[in-house]
Design a protein around this ligand. Structure first.
Ligand SMILES: [Zn+2]
Ligand SMILES: [Zn+2]
Length: 164
């Protein structure tokens, strides 16, 4: 989805408000399609003293699975989407700028890239998730399983270390 920025770059207007919804249900993260509801993007693109900047926030939920216990978990996220936009490269040191080619910005693509960048490396149902018993596969968040007692106490210390 492209936003026409020519009027903004030329100073004809000073602000483009953004209130958009994107469907990312086809986008895959770690083998699942977690964007089960639309991603909302709110904010604006402004031209202040000839600096064109995008300031917005993407809010969305992710339906994923806990990487320790595999239970379904919904993450509510807010990701700032903030960039300085330029219509062409001014010099070589402009890596942090987004180039709006032909004064058009692919806002959907940019939002998706920023969201991917902001995703946590793993999802947990809870920071204290105890995970699954490696022996019987029981969900240890529901309580200790039967096999706990035949683990050698010395080995248990090691397991504790592994978990950290
Ligand atoms: Zn978990
Ligand atoms: Zn067990």
């Amino acid at each position: 989805m492209f936003i026409e920025l020519e009027n903004l770059f030329n100073g004809g207007i000073t602000e483009i408000p953004l209130d958009l919804q994107f469907d990312f249900s086809e986008e895959e993260v770690d083998g699942v399609f977690p964007f089960t509801t639309p991603v909302c993007l709110k904010g604006e693109i402004t031209n202040v003293a000839e600096i064109v900047s995008l300031k917005a926030v993407a809010t969305f939920s992710l339906d994923v699975y806990c990487s320790r216990c595999a239970e379904g978990v919904t993450y509510d996220m807010e990701v700032p989407i903030e960039h300085i936009l330029v219509s062409e490269l001014q010099n070589d040191e402009t890596d942090e700028f987004i180039i709006a080619e032909n004064m058009k910005l692919d806002i959907k693509q940019l939002t998706l890239e920023d969201i991917y960048f902001a995703l946590p490396s793993k999802f947990l149902c809870d920071d204290d998730c105890k995970g699954l018993c490696p022996k019987c596969g029981a969900n240890l968040n529901d309580g200790p399983c039967e096999c706990k007692k035949d683990i050698d106490p010395r080995f248990e210390v090691l397991l504790g270390l592994l978990d950290e």
